[in-house]
Design a protein. Structure first.
Lengths: 255, 437
């Protein structure tokens, strides 16, 4: 079992108006095999947490720690974090002209595993994973995310999750912008990875909708840069009924 | 002149960086090194003539490619000031006198590059004198530098693909042109594909040179010729190269320019049609490093009907003072009905301090055409792309190379000469390894 431990994390970003604190002391422990949902209103810092774990240079860690089985994640480069077993499914995957999906996936797999995958089994794995996510075979020869629709981009994020087999998957609003059919396909993909075992999942979402398809073990409510409440999946049901209003009323002025 | 740049996409982040002096919204700018006075490329060019059918600038040589002066005689061209449309991006001081031949005793009498020939059976390669009848059939110099070289070259190298010669991408004719030092030199090359000949000719420029060169490419009816000109000079080299391409009826030419090494490279291919139904493809790849000025100015002159042209130039730039210029002029004359043309330029800026100027120009004198379009885009190497690739475990240096290779590969794929493709991929790798990338 692996453990991703976030302790008293404080994160800021540089803005034109100066340094702005976003995360104000977040502590969270995720073990492989567990699925955690982080929910919260816009601007509460959910995506900042995701990007900080992955190491996006925009986010400045001013206090606290992130460790993976005791190793200091914050000291690692972005690519080293990925090789250590962290995976971020992006909210807005970028287009990379001139680089085909096939080339990209093979390069990523080689980097993660430290050796090139066996060509025959790899090609088969990719094809099978694409078929399960209802991705047309022609996408293999298209450039990474170039001209993809929002739903196609998200499906390709989950394709990478399934092929790269990380220890921890952070899904940053993977559900946003998806219609119900696409949401089902994507959720099935995530569930396949969870059921395959050995995966810790941090599901970041604005809506409760995806939690009908992916059942969380723990739910954390993010308000204004910290965790306002934690609970089991029943907390998600309550949020569905009540929304975030009662937290916002309790956190005045700072917004 | 109609200067259409509606598809010009400029990454605002690039243009807002402070290192670009005097950049205007239109991306137009005099070369910093030249005097910053006077109109941009002639008064008529400045007053854009959108929708004005009589605005083609008759009698104003600067304003339309149709009206540009051509002559074999250097003296017919006025001295270059750097304010001309044709020269506004070129740092004249770095031309090492190639622009001032005949002024204050400036000569162009250095030893031209040595020519080493590798050719398959059947292809004829000769060295001939100035008076040879085969010289001067494909084109006329369009600027003073080209005319100076034309007046001063001593001997020309003539490559002939005989009628119905059937060459392939496997049996390529290669002229290895090795520079003989920094004395300004003039050289002349003729590549002549006779009727129905097919084949590939490579001009491989190496060594150190300050060279003004004219390349005549004559493609007779029904021939199919590929010419690849590689400029892989040493860092101190200066090379102005005018390619005059004349394509016959139903003939096809695949013209490739690879600009890699040298201090200042200025390549100016002009393609003209002597018959109908012909096809011109022009590909270019350039990689500008710190301090390098790589300029490519193209002209496709559609004067016959039912001809086709495609232009694809792609460049990567890295390092302080790396400067690439791409100008793509296409003229569709009144009689050129059924013309089908498209030109595209893409620049990828890898580091701060590099600059790309890209100007596609399309002049259309008839509406009876199949298609005419152009696109130009200059983008910065995107940190978000890098983050995305790194977030998938790919180390930073590998990620950068992946993106640049992918970007340039589109051009390399079109060369269709396996041995050359390998060499160019290696060259791109070397450029990437040498830079900060």
């Amino acid at each position: 079992m692996s453990t991703l431990e976030i302790k008293d994390l404080h994160v800021s970003i540089e803005t034109e108006q100066g340094t702005k604190p976003i995360l104000k002391g977040v502590s969270l422990t995720i073990n492989t095999g567990e699925t955690h949902a982080i929910m919260g209103p816009n601007g509460s810092g959910k995506s900042t947490l995701a990007s900080t774990i992955a190491g996006h240079p925009r986010y400045l860690v001013v206090g606290g720690s992130i460790t993976l089985d005791g190793e200091d994640v914050l000291a690692m480069s972005v690519d080293k974090r990925a090789r250590a077993g962290l995976f971020l499914a992006m909210q807005y995957p970028v287009e990379i002209p001139g680089v085909t999906m096939t080339n990209f996936l093979r390069t990523a797999k080689t980097a993660i595993d430290g050796e090139a995958p066996k060509l025959r089994t790899w090609t088969k794995d990719v094809k099978a994973a694409m078929a399960q996510l209802r991705i047309e075979p022609e996408f293999a020869e298209r450039n990474v995310n170039e001209g993809f629709s929002g739903g196609e981009k998200k499906r390709h994020e989950i394709l990478q999750l399934e092929l790269l087999k990380p220890k921890f998957a952070i899904l940053d609003e993977t559900d946003s912008g998806l219609d119900v059919d696409a949401l089902k396909v994507v959720s099935e993909g995530v569930n396949r990875s969870i059921e395959a075992g050995g995966l810790g999942t941090l599901l970041i979402t604005h809506y409760t909708r995806i939690l009908r398809y992916i059942k969380p073990d723990f739910v954390h409510v993010f308000i204004d840069g910290h965790i306002a409440e934690q609970g089991g999946s029943e907390l998600a049901d309550r949020l569905e009924d009540e929304g975030y209003d009662r937290y916002l009323a309790a956190a005045p002025a700072s917004a | 002149m109609t200067e259409l740049t509606e598809e010009k996409v400029a990454d605002e982040k690039v243009w807002s960086q402070g290192f670009i002096k005097g950049m205007t919204e239109e991306g137009e700018q005099l070369s910093e090194i030249n005097p910053e006075t006077g109109p941009l490329g002639g008064s008529a060019a400045k007053a854009h003539s959108h929708g004005d059918s009589h605005g083609g600038g008759v009698g104003i040589p600067d304003s339309s490619r149709a009206g540009r002066l051509t002559s074999y005689k250097m003296a017919d061209f006025p001295l270059i000031t750097g304010r001309e449309e044709d020269w506004r991006f070129t740092p004249l001081k770095r031309l090492r006198g190639l622009d001032r031949v005949g002024v204050k005793g400036q000569e162009i009498n250095g030893a031209p590059p040595s020519v080493e020939v590798s050719s398959p059976d059947g292809v004829i390669v000769e060295t001939v004198g100035r008076s040879d009848a085969r010289i001067g059939r494909a084109g006329i110099p369009e600027d003073r530098v080209s005319a100076a070289a034309w007046e001063h070259f001593a001997e020309a190298t003539v490559v002939t693909l005989p009628a119905e010669y059937a060459g392939t991408s496997e049996n390529v004719t290669t002229l290895t042109l090795t520079g003989q030092g920094v004395s300004p030199a003039a050289s002349h090359i003729v590549v002549h594909a006779k009727k129905f000949a097919t084949g590939v000719v490579v001009l491989d420029h190496r060594g150190t040179a300050v060279l003004s060169e004219n390349v005549e490419i004559l493609v007779e009816d029904g021939a199919n010729l590929t010419v690849v000109s590689i400029q892989d000079w040493n860092d101190d080299s200066v090379h102005a190269s005018a390619h005059h391409i004349l394509v016959g009826r139903d003939a096809k030419v695949n013209h490739v320019v690879i600009n890699l090494g040298g201090d200042l490279l200025r390549t100016t291919p002009s393609a003209r049609y002597s018959g109908t139904g012909a096809e011109v493809e022009m590909y270019g790849l350039y990689f500008a490093d710190a301090g390098q000025h790589l300029e490519q100015r193209l002209f496709v002159d559609h004067a016959t009907n039912n001809c086709k042209s495609r232009v694809v130039y792609k460049g990567a730039l890295q390092g302080d003072g790396a400067h690439a210029v791409w100008i793509g002029d296409v003229l569709i004359r009144k009689q050129a009905e059924g013309t089908d043309t498209y030109e595209m330029n893409r620049n990828l800026i890898l580091t701060q301090g590099a600059r790309a100027d890209s100007v596609p120009n399309l002049e259309i004198e008839t509406g009876m055409i199949k298609g005419a379009g152009h696109a130009s885009a200059t983008g910065r190497f995107d940190d978000e792309q890098l983050f995305y690739l790194q977030a998938r475990g790919i180390p930073e240096d590998v990620a950068r190379r992946l993106v640049v290779r992918g970007f340039l590969n589109e051009v390399i794929q079109h060369i269709k000469v396996p041995a050359l493709e390998k060499r160019l991929r290696d060259a791109v790798e070397r450029e990437l390894a040498a830079g900060t990338v």
